[in-house]
Ligand binder design. Structure first.
Ligand SMILES: Cc1cc2nc3c(=O)[nH]c(=O)nc-3n(C[C@H](O)[C@H](O)[C@H](O)COP(=O)(O)OP(=O)(O)OC[C@H]3O[C@@H](n4cnc5c(N)ncnc54)[C@H](O)[C@@H]3O)c2cc1C
Length: 468
């Protein structure tokens, strides 16, 4: 009898799981079939692109890290190579006490690798620069085994000011979290490895740059940027991947309510009252949904208790003439404690050429961070007013946008707290013993970036097809 696999969730993780299951079944002639269930009426989850008046507006993610190859490879295998582009890598800025400062050249994730730009920056005090240089002589900071927070790690190596003004805005921009809570092991284990091997983070980073000209080296960054996307928008990836799936294998508008174990089978109960049995189940929904699918099983408590930050993206289209004072660069980050509501703004039309028609500009601001999430609940008009007020403290904008798109993403940024990796291991062990043949993957589990989600989807498909 044919092996039946259910994939729950049609975001990039679920789509990847279905895509790789499909390829493997076809290539190896396996007697297996899969069905992907998506609650919404569209696929893509957090990936959502708006195409209005020649603009390409990303409502969720706008790109992926080029260093992690799986997103570009997935796009390549569905015929998107021709539309794959790198971002323009002119200066990005950090705001502090009334001024914008260019990101110091050679600072990778805030870790200095070139001394002259680091010493020259006005973003940091002389004392902070001296403290960061102490990384070169300080002993290894790790006391015993186990995880610790990104904040604790970077503060101990480079000092508070470098963390608060440079590293925190960069990292919390990615995780929308408090770096004093976020797990080092689950997010950037390579930095711990650097300390283990080289003792100094600065020396470790320099050594990793010296090994190859990859996109993280200062030189390559200048040439072509560290990120990639598709000129047709990230939804072109969703469309192309879903277009490769078996006819009839995708059921949108179908929310799964519960997974029940019946002997060797799993019965999926749907919100419309129907049910269907499967041999394997891949669950790629956000963690609070995933936990609810397993009833009150205490083995899923970790996902039930996990928190997530609500954020919103605020895209605004203007005529070029609306900008009274132009700044050369791709955008800026605002560290906490500067009295701003926005956490960052991308000058999208400068970062990505394809996103705005000639003569137009596209700005994308971000709001919402831990402890400052109530802004997400405000009306569009209120949000636009606050965002314009903030932007006008930095750049001179004339009037209101021609149109805007505000996308509220409630509980969308899962928080990987210290100990996350260990709890994921325990969760997987629990599933293996009590729910053998059920696999969890996605943004809440082993990486929130698009390439990480794709890798997880692929791995889950392989496990589902090979499990006994
Ligand atoms: C504003 C924002 C900006 C971001 N920017 C970037 C970026 O630039 N680069 C990057 O790499 N990453 C970025 N990320 C992170 C990245 O977009 C996400 O981590 C990733 O898209 C998550 O994919 P996923 O498939 O795991 O989950 P999701 O995209 O959340 O997909 C889960 C799917 O499950 C469905 N679902 C829910 N309940 C049920 C149910 N009961 N039954 C069936 N289906 C259900 C949902 O409708 C959804 O489609 C960003 C995230 C946000 C919110």
């Amino acid at each position: 009898m044919s092996l039946k696999i259910a994939v729950i969730g049609g975001g990039i993780t679920g789509l990847s799981a279905a895509f790789f299951a499909d390829s493997k079944i076809r290539e190896s002639g396996l007697d297996a079939e899969y069905v992907l269930f998506e609650a919404d009426n569209r696929l893509g989850g957090k990936i959502s692109t708006d195409h209005t008046d020649g603009f390409v507006i990303e409502n969720g993610p706008d790109s992926f890290l080029a260093r992690k190859k799986s997103a570009a490879e997935l796009g390549g295998s569905v015929g998107l190579n021709d539309t794959l582009v790198y971002n323009n890598a002119t200066s990005a800025f950090i705001y502090n006490s009334g001024s914008l400062y260019p990101m110091p050249g050679g600072a990778i994730m805030g870790i200095p690798t070139q001394w002259s730009p680091f010493l020259a920056t006005g973003l940091l005090s002389p004392k902070a620069k001296l403290r960061a240089a102490a990384d070169l002589v300080l002993p290894r900071t790790k006391k015993g085994e186990g995880d610790r927070s990104l904040g604790e790690f970077f503060r101990s190596r480079l000092g508070d000011e470098v963390v608060d003004r440079l590293i925190e805005p960069l990292l919390s921009g990615i995780y929308a979290g408090d770096i004093n809570d976020i797990s080092l092991e689950a997010t950037f284990p390579q930095f711990q490895k650097m300390e283990d091997k080289h003792r100094s983070l600065i020396l470790g980073m320099k050594s990793s740059l010296a090994k190859g000209p990859g996109e993280s080296s200062g030189k390559a960054v200048k040439k072509r940027g560290m990120f990639q996307t598709y000129t047709g928008g990230l939804d072109s990836l969703v469309e192309a991947v879903s277009g490769e799936l078996r006819k009839g294998a995708v059921r949108t508008g179908t929310a799964v309510k519960q997974i029940e174990k019946h002997g060797e089978e799993y019965l999926l109960r749907f919100h419309d009252g129907t049910e269907e049995a499967f041999d394997r189940v891949i669950v790629t929904t956000p963690h609070h949904v995933t936990a609810s699918l397993f009833g009150d099983d205490p083995g899923l408590a970790f996902l039930r208790d996990m928190t997530a930050t609500s954020v919103a993206t605020v895209a605004m289209a203007f005529d070029e003439s609306a900008v009274k004072e132009d700044i050369e660069g791709t955008g800026f980050l605002v560290p906490k404690g500067n009295g701003f509501t926005i956490t960052a703004c991308t000058w999208t039309h400068k970062k990505w050429n394809h996103t705005a028609p000639d003569g137009k500009i596209l700005l994308r601001a971000y709001v919402g961070r831990p402890g400052e999430e109530e802004i997400v609940d405000q009306t569009d008009d209120e949000i636009i007013d606050v965002v314009l007020q903030d932007l006008n403290r930095i750049m001179k904008l004339d009037g209101k946008p021609a149109f805007h798109r505000i996308t509220r993403w409630y509980d969308s940024m899962p928080q990987y707290r210290v100990g996350h990796k260990q709890r994921v291991t325990e969760l997987k062990e629990h599933l293996c013993s009590k729910w053998s043949g059920v696999f969890v993957a996605g943004a809440s589990i082993e990486g929130i970036g698009l390439p990480d989600c794709i890798d997880q989807g692929k791995k889950a498909a392989e496990e589902a097809l090979s499990a006994d």
